[in-house]
Structure formats: structure tokens, C-alpha cells
Write a protein that binds this ligand. Structure first.
Ligand code: DX5
Ligand code: ZN
Length: 218
């Protein structure tokens, strides 16, 4: 099956978003990654629900929505209505993470939990059974094009162990500074899905770049 690739539209050309989505549709990516930022949890604001709704109409891929917002539980239903298939919230942003993950699943989505670079994998020990996806941040969230924090590789290894010990089926996704070089290390460490923004959309042949990431194997 290869690695799941989730191109991050944050790096797309917003004046030509339709064309960028068509490129992703033609590619071998299984997911498409949407970054939602509120200017509070992270020092940047991206785009919101009306844009997600339009992307849903054009995209044939799994909508992988990454919420970088405080109290994400307030918007679970709204993102389901807008078309999210996977909804990922930050462990640092939700006081009642267990309830939030259940709320996401009750709405019919896959539930993801994201960890900032400073948040230890052990935080998930008592909740890993509820998560469908764990998103390991390999940059501090808020911006595309940052350099990869190498410690993420070790975190993926630890997380893989935690998941296996718990008998969980959660997928490990990694986000930030991913290219074929860092991607290879991550896949070897146990990553199932790779998010890539600038590496895909700034590349000369984005579809080919997606294929290269997809072909990475453990
Ligand atoms: C960062 C976002 C990422 C971002 C990744 O806060 O969560 O999804 O788009 O961009 P690159 O791949 O350029 O690091
Ligand atoms: Zn993201």
C-alpha cells in the first residue's frame, strides 16, 4: 500500500486552488491536509469553514483536517458539515480530550490527536484507544516551510511502541518539514502517513513528488 501522503494545501497557490486540488485528485495521495488556524492557539490565521466546504466539493480525497484552534470541541459538528473525514485536535488545546475524541467519532469522522514538539508521547497513554490517528508535529505549528525538528523521529518510534503495547490501530501521521529525506527516517521509525506542504507544492512536478513520498517504505 505504501505510505499515505497528505499534501498540505497551506502551501498551495490560493489564486488557483481549484487547479491545485485537481492536481491532488490526479495524484496518488490518499488524503488532502487542511490547516485551520485561529490566531490564538498558533500565531497565524489561515482559512475557515466556507473554504473547507468548497474544497470538499472539488476534492476526491479523504479530507484530513488539522485544527490549530483553542477549544476545538466547539467546532466538531461544523467541520463535519463542511466535509471533514478526519478531524484532528491538539492535545494541548482540549481540556477534555477523551470527550472531544468521542464527540468527533459520534459525528461520523475519524478522530485525530496532534502533539506539539514539546508534548511527550506518554500524554496519550490513557487515551490511545480512542484515537484513530496521532499527528506528530515535527515543527511548531503555525507556518509552512519551517525546518524539520529531528527529535520527531524518536517520538514516532516511542509512539509506535505505545500503540503496539496498547493493541491500538491508530495511524501515525507526521507534519512539518517533510521531504523524501526526513520522510524516509519517519517511515522507518513507524510513520504511516506524511503531510507535506512546501515540498509538494513548490516542487517542479508535484504529482511525481507525491509518488516519491508514497513509495517510501519501512
Ligand atoms: C504547520 C502545518 C503544516 C504545514 C506543513 O502548522 O500544520 O501542515 O502546512 O508545511 P511544510 O510541509 O511546508 O512544513
Ligand atoms: Zn498541519
Amino acid at each position: 500500500m505504501g505510505t499515505i501522503v497528505s499534501p498540505s494545501l497551506l502551501a498551495a497557490d490560493f489564486m488557483n486552488l481549484g487547479k491545485e486540488i485537481e492536481m491532488v485528485n490526479r495524484s496518488e495521495a490518499e488524503w488532502v491536509h487542511l490547516d485551520i488556524m485561529d490566531g490564538v492557539f498558533v500565531p497565524n490565521i489561515s482559512y475557515g469553514l466556507p473554504v473547507v466546504e468548497q474544497i470538499k466539493k472539488a476534492s476526491r480525497k479523504v479530507l484530513d483536517v488539522h485544527l490549530m484552534i483553542v477549544q476545538p470541541e466547539r467546532y466538531v459538528e461544523a467541520f463535519r458539515k463542511a466535509g471533514a473525514d478526519i478531524l484532528t485536535v491538539h492535545a494541548e488545546a482540549s481540556a477534555h480530550l477523551h470527550r472531544t475524541l468521542q464527540q468527533i467519532k459520534a459525528c461520523g469522522m475519524k478522530a485525530g490527536v496532534a502533539l506539539n514538539p514539546h508534548t511527550p508521547v506518554g500524554t496519550l497513554e490513557d487515551i490511545i484507544g480512542e484515537a484513530d490517528v496521532v499527528l506528530v508535529m515535527s515543527v511548531n505549528p503555525g507556518f509552512g516551510g519551517q525546518s524539520f525538528i529531528a527529535h520527531a523521529v524518536e517520538k514516532v518510534r516511542k509512539l509506535k511502541r505505545l500503540i503496539e503495547e496498547a493493541g491500538s490501530e491508530a495511524l501515525i501521521e507526521v507534519d512539518g518539514g517533510v521531504n523524501t529525506e526526513t520522510g524516509r527516517l519517519l517511515v522507518e521509525a513507524g510513520a504511516d502517513a506524511l503531510v507535506a506542504g512546501s515540498f509538494v507544492f513548490r516542487s517542479e512536478h508535484p504529482e511525481e513528488t507525491i509518488r516519491e513520498l508514497k513509495e517510501l517504505k519501512a
